[in-house]
Design a binder for this molecule. Structure first.
Ligand code: UGA
Length: 423
């Protein structure tokens, strides 16, 4: 059992704090936002994440977990995880100011021989800035990137594909990997810079893969092939892998777009032309456009005055996050071409763009719609009976950008069904 401090209780920090507590460690979660601390201390989760509230309640009760709004609370911790944001700067690079500030604030507080672990996604060699800001020769700085997916963060924490730990001291790196109590999981012990780059290289690779998947889907549509079969066939090659092969309205979220842009800046700063990164970003925008084109084509080549019913605002299912959501990007293009939009999402009931009308139910979203457009793969949409909405819509057109609906069932109810990458 170790005493662990977690700085920042966002998606990554909260999951880290709660899961380490669940493993039996004594964990203090710190955040400058005291209103968050109050909510968490009362046993409620501040994020929408499967199983989170239950684990918070359990570990507050057994005293493995506490939340504090004063950073001095972590003075007795041996291991401190930095989980503060690294937002995108104006030039696309990652803004390290929160990481540096936290390191400076922690410097006079950390106990002798403590270990400071960077879990925030930071560009390669940021660890050197942390060492400098910390200015403590007795404190080891360890780079331990996270690979948690929103919506399944807890499952991912306990069942990782790998644990990556980078440090100049392999002994300190081992101490950090031992905290996870996962002797059977592949652990990669490396230097700090490599650990930091594994994170960016992985996220960017997945984004490039998805851009390629979406381009294959577009090609399938043009040549009359079936993207479902093509992508399944590709995925059976173990060198390609069957996961992350689902076409959609584009990839988004708080990580992929930001990380691809930040890696591109790092490459440019080092005079390396990583043209695939730019290509993946451009391709993603083309995918947004392609989805809008499909809707427009089905509605007589004009969206002016048309009402589009949108199913899903979140950047993927099982999260309430719509940061850089492809849904929002597609919706804004629809509105830009003269359509109005009524959206329903099972958990998002409010968005910044007030031109997006939000419906309270699936039925309400369908009223007088010229087309239904599925943008997020929520389970709830899969089970909609088309007969229950066919009399609500103005026009029986459904465009399923996530390929989650049953074409036969929708066609039987009289809908013109358009999938993504297949006829
Ligand atoms: C991503 C990575 O998957 C995590 O490993 C990483 O830890 C995390 O970023 C992060 O850097 O913190 P996340 O942003 O939660 O996780 O979302 P993903 O599940 O990776 O999905 C990203 C986007 O790709 C979503 O818009 C999703 O709908 C899309 N996607 C994913 C597809 O369009 N098709 C697929 O087959 C898979």
């Amino acid at each position: 059992m170790a005493n662990i401090g977690v700085i920042g209780t966002g998606y990554v920090g909260l999951t880290t704090a709660v899961c380490f507590a669940e493993l039996g460690h004594k964990v203090i979660g710190f955040d400058i936002d005291v209103s968050k601390i109050e909510v968490l201390s009362s046993g409620k989760s501040t994020i929408y994440e499967e199983g989170m509230s239950e684990l918070i309640v359990k570990n507050l009760a057994n005293n493995n977990l506490t939340f504090k709004g004063n950073i001095e609370a972590i003075t007795n911790c041996e291991f401190i995880f930095l989980c503060v944001p690294t937002p995108q700067d104006a030039d696309g690079s990652a803004d390290l100011s929160y990481v540096i500030k936290a390191s400076k604030d922690l410097s006079p507080l950390l106990k002798k021989d403590a270990v400071l672990i960077t879990k925030s996604t930071v560009p390669v060699n940021a660890w050197k800035d942390v060492v400098k800001a910390l200015d403590r020769s007795d404190v080891a700085v360890v780079s331990n990137p996270e690979f948690l997916r929103e919506g399944s963060a807890i499952v991912d924490f306990f069942n990782p594909d790998r644990i990556v730990v980078g440090c100049t001291s392999s002994q300190k790196a081992k101490q950090v990997s031992d905290l996870y109590k996962q002797p059977d999981i592949q652990t990669i012990i490396t230097d700090n810079s490599s650990a930091e780059l594994i994170k960016y290289a992985s996220n960017s690779f997945l984004a490039i893969k998805l851009s390629y998947v979406n381009e294959i889907a577009a090609l399938c549509e043009s040549v009359g092939a079936n993207a479902k079969d093509v992508l399944f066939g590709m995925g059976q090659d173990s060198r390609i892998g069957s996961r992350f092969l689902e076409p959609g309205p584009g990839w988004g979220g708080s990580c992929f777009p930001k990380d691809v842009r930040a890696l591109r800046v790092t490459a440019e700063d080092n005079a390396i032309n990583m043209s695939l990164l730019s290509a993946a970003l451009d391709s993603n925008e083309k995918t947004h456009r392609r989805i809008v084109d499909k809707v427009e084509k089905e509605l007589g080549n004009s969206l002016i005055g048309k009402t589009i019913c949108i199913w899903g605002l979140a950047f993927k299912a099982n999260t309430d996050d719509y940061r850089e959501s492809p849904s929002i990007a597609v919706i804004e293009r629809l509105i830009g071409r003269g359509a109005s939009v009524v959206a329903f999402d099972p958990v998002i009931t409010n968005v910044d763009n007030k031109k997006i009308k939000i419906a309270k139910s699936i039925e309400e979203s369908c009223k007088s719609a010229d087309a239904i457009l599925v943008l997020t793969e929520w389970e709830q949409f899969k089970s909609v009976n088309p007969d229950s909405v066919k009399d609500l819509v103005k026009n029986k057109v459904v465009i399923d950008s996530r390929n989650i609906l049953d074409k036969k069932q929708w066609t039987k109810s009289g809908f013109n069904f358009i999938g993504n990458g297949w006829q």
